[in-house]
Design a protein around this ligand. Structure first.
Ligand code: ADE
Ligand code: ZN
Length: 335
């Protein structure tokens, strides 16, 4: 098994990280106090109680119920900055060099907070991470798939200035997967893509949903990356396609265990993806909820795939760099 030091020093890129999913209990309660937010009666009352709850989720929806309550404590631009900055401070120490991070503007605009407030707070933290830590980053705006597509179109209109000026580098799609397939969002993706030809497109697919949702995201939404995508393992033709097109799957090992998608990290089809030459990266999804940031995910995978040597890990790190949306110069610096 490779050592922790080796994994720490490996240049790491994060492609699947929800900024709202970095809200640690020890920031959530102070923010609730700072903003005079009363949490629901059923919500855990202390950092310890909340951490305990985070140890076990029944499934994706059970987690999302907590996640959306948590977002309610974020109100001011400074709150969004503080949240993202706390994340960058943590992952700098874990050997992260490049971060492509999601955020869910609709979980804030639905509470009367402007998309501008959220975006500016997060972008300010990204700018500071570059200056202080040399970490490059990109913002990916996600649409919540449980929200009506017509509403999502309005969100895209609201985000248009940030898509046009490149503050938002990519569009993603998250939240409850199974009841809300990719075909519902065709118009949204077309509209967003029409605003800036450089906008990148990705979507959560094949986390709890079937391999067909992965194919549909590629065919109907024209995405060039798939978030999760582990259920692609059940469709060999799809795997060939992902390998041929160098479509990156952003795998989230600790998340998949905590949301009971798999019983243990060893069940993930990572060896199959390697054998079939399907590119993937390892990521943390919602680290405050799932018990680990980027390095913790790398370490857990190394324990569950102990036969992987330095060369295999080097190959995984290179695939992550090459699958990033940073420019070629940055890629070459990292390779
Ligand atoms: N939002 C935050 N984390 C998510 C996940 N793992 N799947 C879908 N939506 C999410
Ligand atoms: Zn996710």
């Amino acid at each position: 098994m490779v050592s922790r030091e080796f994994l720490l020093e490996l240049p790491k890129c994060e492609h699947h990280l929800h900024l709202e999913g970095t809200l640690e209990p020890d920031l959530l309660f102070p923010l609730a106090k700072r903003n005079n937010i009363t949490l629901p009666e059923v919500f855990p009352k202390s950092v310890e109680e909340l951490k305990d709850k985070y140890g076990k989720f029944r499934d994706l929806q059970d987690f999302l119920d907590y996640y959306y309550i948590g977002t309610n404590v974020l109100i001011k631009e400074q709150d969004f900055f503080d949240l993202a900055w706390a994340y960058f401070e943590k992952v700098y120490k874990q050997g992260l060099f490049h971060a492509e991070v999601f955020y869910d503007p609709q979980s804030h605009t639905s509470r009367g907070i402007s998309l501008e407030t959220v975006t500016k707070g997060f972008q300010r933290a990204c700018d500071k991470a570059l200056v202080e830590f040399g970490i490059t980053s990109k913002l990916i705006m996600c649409l919540l798939r449980h929200i009506e597509p017509e509403e999502c179109l309005k969100t895209i209109e609201e985000a248009a200035p940030f898509i046009e000026d490149g503050t938002i580098s990519a569009l993603g799609l998250d939240s409850a997967e199974r009841p809300f397939p990719p075909n519902l969002f065709v118009e949204c993706y077309q509209k967003a893509a029409s605003l800036n030809e450089n906008l990148r497109l990705t979507a959560h697919a094949g986390e709890e949903g079937p391999a067909q949702f992965v194919s549909d995201a590629l065919d109907l939404l024209q995405v060039t990356r798939i978030d999760h995508g582990i259920n692609s393992q059940h469709d060999d033709e799809l795997l060939d396609r992902l390998a041929r097109d160098r479509t990156l799957l952003t795998i989230c090992p600790l998340s998949n265990v905590k949301l009971q998608v798999v019983k243990s990290v060893s069940e993930l089809p990572l060896q199959k993806f390697l054998d079939k030459n399907v590119p993937f990266s390892l990521n943390s999804d919602d680290p405050a909820y799932f018990g680990g940031y980027i390095l913790d995910n790398y370490i857990q995978v190394s324990k569950d795939f102990p036969h992987w040597d330095h060369e295999t890990w080097g190959h995984i790190a290179k695939n992550a760099i090459n699958g990033s949306w940073c420019n070629d110069k940055r890629k070459n610096d990292l390779l």
